[in-house]
Write a protein that binds this ligand. Sequence first.
Ligand code: ZN
Ligand code: ZN
Length: 411
Amino acid sequence: MHSSGKCVSENMGRRKILFIMLDGIGGLPVNDGKTEWEITPTPNLDSLARKGAYGLMHPIKMGVIPGSDTSQLNILGYPPKTYYPGRGPLEALGIGMEVSENDVAFRANFATVDNSFNVIDRRAGRIDTNAASELAKAISNIEIDGMQFIFKNSVEHRGALIVRGNGLSANVEDTDPHATGVQVAQPSINKENAKIVRAINKYTAKVHKILKSHPLNKNRDNPANILLLRGAGKMKKVEPFKNKYGMKACCVAGAALYKGIARYIGMDVINVKGATGTYESDLNAKADASLKMLDKYDFVYLHVKGMDNAGHDGSVKKRMHMIKKIDRMVGRLLSADAVIVATGDHSTPTVRKSHSFEPVPFLVSNVDARDYGIKKFCEVECRKGELGIFNGELALNITMAYAGRVEKYGE
Ligand code: ZN
Ligand code: ZN
């Protein structure tokens, strides 16, 4: 290797990849026919766009409204039809639980019910994390009918539950009624799931009994006196990312779900202080950690959540705030000796306050590319590029091609 690090064979060789996943990036016109991206200055992303190839991506495929989990699995080369394990296992992995193949995992949250099991508050007055951790100790490991119920809390009222036993079905409906003023739901029973559903009903009653008499609940207006369960799922057999692509990979993310997705496909998770998955998340710290990780890893997956939150909140102002913050983060990444991708997992337009099917910008930069005259990194200008409009399953292939990581097809 030349000491300059610039010899031809090296430049043609395998390069590292920094993959920036901007959750809920795509928008619809909010101001004079323009999206937030079109009206917010993004000098750093624009400079990346001028030395890259770009297009639009349907994260799953045209006309599908993607969830974050299914979409990101698809983009990373794990089609959700085959590999989606349900939300429970991803959440459990994301908060650091060990989930094994036979386990059934749920998202679980503390809630408030009255004596007839009517739900009064689905978040138990948004109980703070410390109090929730204290309560969790009382119910962290309970055995019922030979099954082990392992609960771990995460942030505020949230957590995950693993049910461990033999031959358990994950075909279990939510006990969370997703509404207040109604009773905790009883999952319907069939031949396949009878064993686990009966145990879950007993578990719910037992947890209520333990929590309602817990001293910490005595003075709470909304006692955290039950767990509501949703998103049952089971792990699938997954070929680890490293084996599949020959790249050692890590993930830098704030929120649990994205750490869970990364662990699920065998990526290392890097915990960064101040990375929270909220508007306040420390994106500079995430950028610095990502740069550092490029020394050790071939593929760094940097996830930023805030734009999606702002879309759900219907706030143009917050989306523009996040765009500026993201662009500053990108400014710190310009020096990376890597192929840099900037894209998203779906649109979350403020006018809809929910995910939508419109394609998202896709940019692969720091590469030799033709100049199609892009003026700005945004939904409309990315349409000009040679990547055209493609489906998410191609995203990693395209990226790896630009990184010199695909073989010639034929002779
Ligand atoms: Zn998303
Ligand atoms: Zn969302």
